[in-house]
Design a protein around this ligand. Sequence first.
Ligand SMILES: [Zn+2]
Length: 489
Amino acid sequence: MSAGPRTLLTARWVLGHDAGRHQLLRDGELVVEGDRVIFAGRHFPGEVQSRFDAGEALIAPGFIDLDALADLDTTILALDNQPGWRKGRVWPQSYQDAGPVEMYSAAELAFQKKHAFAQLIRNGVTSALPISSLFYREWGETVEEFEAAADAAMSLGLRVWLGPAYRAGHLLVDDAGAISEFFDEARGLAELENAIRFCRDHAGRGGELVSAMLAPDRIETCTPALLRRTADAGRELGVPVRLHCCQSLLEYQTVLRLRGMTPPEWLDSLGFLRPGVLLPHGVWTNESPAIARPGRDLEIIAASGASIVHCPLVMARGGTMLRSFPKLRGMGINIGLGTDTAPPDFFLNMQLGLMLARIAEGSPTACRSEDMLDAATLGGATALGRGDLGRLQPGAKADLIVVELGRPQHGQVIDPIQTLMVAGQGRDVRDVMIDGAWVMRDRVIPGVDEIADAARAQAQFDRLVARYPQRTLGHPPVAEIFSSSYPRA
Ligand SMILES: [Zn+2]
């Protein structure tokens, strides 16, 4: 019995999958039937109803973004403006005392999610676990906005794992620059119950495009009860749980001070870690020179089966990196990739990830192109427990991208993956298929006006920046918070 019409896709290169690893098929063929791949090889023997020749291009599995940029990225504000606690990235006590407010309206937040989802598709992301900053929120994210996010994902055809982010506290900075914590555990636990309800309501909504996850925000904003309840609910619901951890030195030191343990030790003691737990970003551990204490942070993560979410670009802009990608993989830690910042460009992240792995190990042989592509596809699928994603083989989901090759900017091709690791970029993704449906053709996403949306996003961002003084220590004017590259004449 047929599961729908069959489409035969051909390209100069097809990245198929066989016997547990990707394989390059020159002048390859891929056959999609319904939402599934049924063939990857050459000389398909059966009948097909339609054909699509991608030409001088690579057909590859789409990227799995475990920390997918889903708001108007504000790390641009931090690029040349540090330290964060002076620049509005830690709430001043006075802002807390005045009563924090939502910086965006519900309609603005809904627009931002849909706009961000469209950018992910443009960059070849076919599976996304959205992340947004809570700095601009009155507290956590709401069920209502995630209902809207589910609608946005379904209207665009993007495969997503959704769950409102929640927390039991946040950091504060006083006038003397001292950082402390504020906790309201009851509020965090109430939000967690809402998030659990969202998970129950969304199991399998939208066919299989929308799945649920639990998203406690950052380890330093959580309490033991919140993490224990999260761990129990995650197991019971069978959903991924994502928690930012080992992300910053301040976070690491805060957890050590409050809990008497390192972040991985604390999570281990709470029974939090397991396969299906995703940990961005893993860059600060007991072995980091600035910490240098005896411990087993990485061994704990390796033994637990949890995955590290590697986001090379956002970390490198902050002057840090995973130490190191090959070392962690050698320890048996599963690593997936995330974009987390603008642009949500997987090629840029993979290129940087490759270079940083080699810099960290001091060797050009420490990491190869295919190691990064494996993390971007198979690593993400493993993290999510989804053997039918991240690969193009019979039975797998038809989530794929067509990447242009042979343009002058690509230079020459001896191997398409190596060429893309040198010169590829998100804008080379021309077509995207998710769950067997084309969601972008010739860089056009149906129903999305890219230019109008960019203008709308800029206007919302301008309003946010204008209100920055109220959330910044000492409440200086905007021009003092954000420096100018050159004098404005
Ligand atoms: Zn992150």
